[in-house]
Design a binder for this molecule. Structure first.
Ligand SMILES: [Zn+2]
Length: 301
């Protein structure tokens, strides 16, 4: 650690603190592996991973709409935007959501046998991105960097020593600083002074349109998403408050593949019901895999 980096640590930490305070109060998050495995856990796993996929696609949209400079892989950039926004958006599920996403990637990376039962198609979604283990490591590092005590169990799992934790905090700080600079330079945050941004309603809005396609084959996934107000919450968490110039549609739909897309020509983000269905199938397998590999003994009610 050189002197300059040492000197930068404090301002960056303060900057991130200010970011979190602006975004809302931090909430304690119980490590997901301490919860009993229930249908609610499975739903939460699916919704968390769908939300992250949505945030990731909205990261692409922000990069596209505001011509944000991306140094390196845009996929990693979209992941980082999604992670920073979820860490800081003050939503009740933000931290827990990221833990679920990390576990999903970790599970896929540690359980190659899953590919026989759905992992193959899911791998198609992940292919343009960094490997699962790398994505899990990156998100884990940012979680630890955001709150070392709250995510001490993640640091332990990752084998991070004091220096590693400090490097993660530094990485997150630099990322947040970069994001805030980009936001200030490129994005016209129209409602920054008005405080709360209203959550858009499903249907046709002037700027943000939200659609959950009727689809009998995926009625359960659709209902889960509607009950959670998944698209509405994501629209509020990421898009509301920005001058988008052209309308954006968030579209839950059957696409014929378990994936999520950003279509710049249509101004549309598509989250496929198939991705939700596959995540639902995957959850018990990931849990069994984790239990075997980490000797987790979940408490039962
Ligand atoms: Zn992407």
């Amino acid at each position: 650690m050189n002197g300059v980096a040492g000197m930068m640590r404090m301002p960056i930490a303060l900057l991130f603190l200010a970011f979190l305070v602006l975004a809302g109060p931090a909430r304690a998050t119980m490590p997901a592996h301490e919860s009993p495995q229930t249908d609610t856990d499975a739903e939460q796993f699916v919704l968390s991973n769908l939300t992250f996929a949505l945030y990731h696609e909205m990261g692409h949209l922000l990069i596209d709409r505001f011509s944000l400079p991306v140094l390196g892989n845009e996929e990693d950039g979209a992941d980082n935007i999604a992670t920073i926004l979820l860490l800081a958006n003050g939503s009740e599920t933000g931290n827990g959501l990221l833990l679920q996403v990390r576990q999903g990637w970790l599970g896929l990376a540690q359980a190659p046998s899953l590919s026989k039962t759905g992992g193959t198609e899911l791998a198609a979604f992940l292919r343009p991105h960094s490997p699962d283990a790398l994505r899990a490591g990156r998100i884990g590092c940012l979680l630890v960097g955001s709150h070392r005590d709250m995510f001490a169990h993640v640091a332990l799992e990752m084998g991070l020593d004091e220096g590693g934790v400090a490097r993660c905090a530094g990485r997150l700080g630099r990322m947040v600083q970069g994001w805030l600079r980009l936001r200030a330079a490129f994005m016209n945050r129209t409602s920054a002074r008005s405080g709360a941004v209203p959550e858009p309603e499903a249907g046709t809005g002037e700027t943000i349109r939200i659609v959950y396609d009727q689809q009998d084959a995926f009625a359960d996934i659709r209902e889960m998403m509607i009950q959670d107000r998944l698209l509405e919450k994501a629209a509020r968490g990421v898009l509301a408050g920005y001058e988008l110039e052209r309308p954006v549609t968030l579209h839950a739909m059957a696409c014929g593949t378990p994936n999520a897309f950003y279509d710049p020509s249509k101004g549309e983000i598509q989250v496929c019901y198939e991705l939700g269905a596959q995540l639902l199938d995957l959850f018990p397998q990931l849990h069994r895999s984790r239990s075997r590999q980490q000797r987790i003994s979940p408490r039962r009610p």
